[in-house]
Design a protein around this ligand. Structure first.
Ligand SMILES: Nc1nc2c(ncn2[C@@H]2O[C@H](COP(=O)(O)OP(=O)(O)O)[C@@H](O)[C@H]2O)c(=O)[nH]1
Ligand SMILES: [Mg+2]
Length: 540
């Protein structure tokens, strides 16, 4: 492989532009995006109070991450270099908001965000002081189990890129069974697991070497030297430990990741160049054909109009079929929650009702308010819990559409081979299925007209039993109604995403056909220029 992949990308880009090889635009864009995204994730795991956040603050040079707090399970914090200090919260529904770095505690600590009521997926922090770790994104985690259990967008986004895992272990006690279990689990995801033995400043010199010896020995029993240990302390006087970590681990990890990234990029650029050559070969062969043959070529390669219409129809049907099935699938998913949701609300009603019996109007008002809040909470939780299932029809359709387009490409390759003696091997760049945002959950006022008519005149003492039974029935009705509503909200969201997918896939097909048609139309006088460009592509 000669030349840099970036040069190759640029040459390919120029040729795509000049010959209007519009079809390769998607591939080119995906190569460029890959060339830009060059961060390696270094995730810090470990038990609560092991010193994870303190360690990252020490690297940051500022106490921006809250320490000594109970973290919210499932919320992670990413820390990396940025030219300006800035922070951002990403929410589970996909939207993001900038915050001041001093507000991070409001989102990542259990006290300020109990049970993740704020629906946070992750927090991102960029700091100029991380310049020396350019290319590395450190991830502060609440603990492995919680991160893996909650299959959040946040963890699925960064886990595949976890180049390095650091397991923080406090010296007191050093390496519990839990830590060993953690390392074992992590080893499934990354070959690079290291132990960060924190707070070594709290030990006298002889104690410290005892503890280090113990940890080495324990790890050696399971992993035979493959899990290195780095002692660490955030206290003054221990700066050399940070130097050691930088040199032995982080610097190496970064170059290692850089090489791997470059290798993948070279591979991508080479495939792009090969596809570009394929297109230019088509142009050259066409240019070398007699004028009279060219009209026929088009038909032999692209096929007749009816066949193309059929392919378009197939794409349309895949998307429409997915959209049509979504509603009943969603209702079925949610139907399973109906009984437990009702039961939870009825239990709540049982507890609340005695405090509402002053008068019928008070009871109705309180009931309305209480039920609205309860149902909103329940629906929001269901929407979140099933988000993955709701998105599935879109993801499946996206895979099927990509496959159909690839099938079309394979047919095209066969036909160009037959007609021109050169195959056109091209790959379908995956359709980007943008995961849509979750719908807004708001339950409106729950009016009860019949009851309002009688309300004020009748003494409550006579009615208590009847009112309560009536409320219980209302709970069941309102839950049923709102489950249907949630299913239809998701249907709408997914339907819109599928429509975009349908349009995108047809646009891809049309772009491909237009590209081929354009190249087949190359005239005899273009041939020398095309040969020159093919040589150039070969030489970079
Ligand atoms: N003496 C000492 N204390 C530390 C060190 N690192 C962290 N701590 C303390 O350990 C406690 C827990 O730290 P924290 O970073 O919040 O742990 P996390 O839950 O793993 O993020 C805090 O009170 C820190 O001050 C260290 O290197 N030396
Ligand atoms: Mg912490």
């Amino acid at each position: 492989m000669k030349g840099s992949p970036i040069t190759l990308l640029e040459v390919a880009a120029e040729l795509c532009d000049r010959y209007q090889i519009a079809d390769l635009r998607y591939f080119l864009e995906s190569c460029r995006a890959f060339a830009r995204a060059e961060t390696l994730n270094v995730a810090v795991f470990g038990r609560f109070k092991a010193g994870k956040s303190s360690f990252l603050n020490h690297l940051l040079g500022e106490p921006l991450l809250p320490t000594g707090v109970i973290p919210v399970t499932s919320v992670i914090t990413g820390v990396e270099f940025g030219p300006k200090e800035r922070a951002e919260v990403r929410f589970l529904d996909g939207h993001a908001t900038p915050i001041s770095p001093t507000q991070i505690v409001d989102y990542v600590s259990e006290t300020a965000n109990p049970g993740n009521a704020k629906q946070v997926a992750s927090v991102h922090l960029e700091v100029p002081a991380m310049e020396r770790y350019r290319g590395i994104c450190f991830v502060d985690t609440p603990g492995l189990d919680s991160v893996f259990e909650h299959n959040t967008d946040a963890s699925t986004e960064w886990l595949p890129n976890t180049g390095l895992a650091l397991v923080a272990v406090g010296v007191d006690p050093p390496l519990s069974a839990h830590d060993v279990e953690l390392i074992r689990n992590l080893s499934r995801f990354t070959p690079n697991v290291s132990v960060l033995l924190t707070k070594v400043d709290t030990l006298a010199a002889d104690e410290r070497s005892q503890v280090e010896g113990f940890v080495h020995e324990q790890l050696g029993r399971y992993w035979n030297g493959s899990v290195p240990v780095f002692s660490y302390s955030i206290r003054p006087g221990f700066e050399y430990l940070r130097e050691q970590l930088d040199q032995r681990l982080l610097a190496r990890a970064r170059t290692g990741a850089g090489e791997e990234h470059a290798a993948i990029l070279r591979h991508k650029a080479a495939s792009l160049a090969a596809e570009c050559r394929g297109y230019l070969n088509i142009a050259l062969k066409s240019a070398e054909s007699a004028e009279s043959e060219r009209a026929q070529l088009r038909e032999r390669i692209v096929g007749q109009k009816e066949a193309l219409d059929d392919t378009r129809l197939t794409l349309r049907l895949v998307a429409r079929h997915a959209a049509a099935g979504a509603r009943s699938t969603f209702e079925e998913i949610l139907r399973r929650d109906e009984a437990p949701v009702c039961q939870r609300l009825l239990d709540g009603l049982e507890r609340e009702f005695p405090a509402w019996t002053r008068s019928l109007s008070v009871a109705m008002e309180r009931f309305d308010e209480w039920l609205r809040a309860g149902v909103t909470r329940e629906m929001a939780a269901l929407s979140l819990r099933h988000r993955g299932e709701f998105l599935e029809p879109g993801r499946r359709a996206s895979r099927q559409l990509s496959q159909s387009l690839q099938d079309f490409r394979n047919r095209l390759a066969k036909q160009t081979l037959e007609a021109l003696g050169v195959p056109l091997e091209t790959t379908q760049v995956e359709l980007a299925a943008q995961d849509p945002r979750s719908p807004d959950i708001r339950v409106g006022r729950i009016f009860d007209h019949n009851w309002e008519l009688v309300s004020l005149a009748v003494p409550m003492s006579l009615l208590q039993g009847t009112v309560k039974r009536h409320f219980e029935r209302r709970v069941a009705d309102v839950v049923f109604m709102n489950l249907s509503r949630l299913a239809s909200q998701w249907e709408e969201v997914v339907g819109a995403a599928l429509l975009t997918l349908e349009k995108d896939s047809i646009a891809r097909l049309d772009t491909l056909i237009a590209t081929i048609e354009k190249l087949i139309a190359s005239a005899g006088q273009d041939a020398p220029r095309i040969r020159e460009d093919l040589d150039r592509l070969e030489s970079v």
